[in-house]
Design a protein around this ligand. Sequence first.
Ligand code: NDP
Length: 246
Amino acid sequence: MLNIKDKVVLITGASSGIGEATARFLAAKGAKVVLGARRIENLQTIAAEIQAAGGVVCFTALDVTQKEQLIEFLQFAQTQFGRVDVLVNNAGLMPLSLIEDLKVEEWDKMIDVNLKGVLYGIAAALPIFQAQNSGHFVNITSIADRWIGPTATIYCATKHAVRVISEGLRQEVGSNIRVTIIAPGATESELPNTISDPEMKKAAIEQFRIDLLPAEAIAHAIAYAVEQPANVDVNEIVVRPSAQKY
Ligand code: NDP
């Protein structure tokens, strides 16, 4: 049976873009959604709108660079709804720059959020999934999980790493726990705001961010993976705008 209804779905980085669209779409399909991000005022607005539309939602502040906050995020969901069915590891940032610019602090941030944040999410959820004998990790990578290009090298490295970790996790956890990566192409969101260099941001928008997918397109891909029967593990979905060349 295909199902999303009543699944408890946790989403990191749910305050804008793909995370927000996923929260709205899955809630409309009957999931109980648990939202986490740092911009609590955004979460408040999104949750109120989901609730007004008849959805079931709760939210809490979450910084994925703090591993104890991921543990608390999972505990919060369990307290609210008694179980956790899906963790969407979505929080991410993409401050593009050339390596020679040595923006080491931005490299650190990408590693902390895009890579370690996902690992902390896995570490917090895995014992719960094992105890339940069920669970589903949905890790949002990017086409940068298999592609490399100038200015995006460190971003690509973090996303390649998440693809590798996801496949290793899939092989290790056995048949009751599912692992999916969703690899979006250029998608409408606030992601370019994380590029600190104004010239780099302008160039990235002109060169790469054309014919963007709506964030809902990625939400639909996530829903497809989530709604499959327990014995069907959709491992990878790559979604690009039709016009995207890279
Ligand atoms: P947005 O900038 O709109 O969303 C990023 C989300 O990540 C925000 O909700 C932000 O919330 C959250 N976030 C950032 N840092 C932290 C943190 N330390 N702790 C918790 N949450 C954090 O961009 P997208 O929706 O595009 O990004 C979502 C994912 O999709 C990312 O992993 C990105 O790499 C990936 N992706 C996006 C593509 C695109 O073209 N848009 C293409 C391919 C992949 P807050 O600031 O409130 O904490």
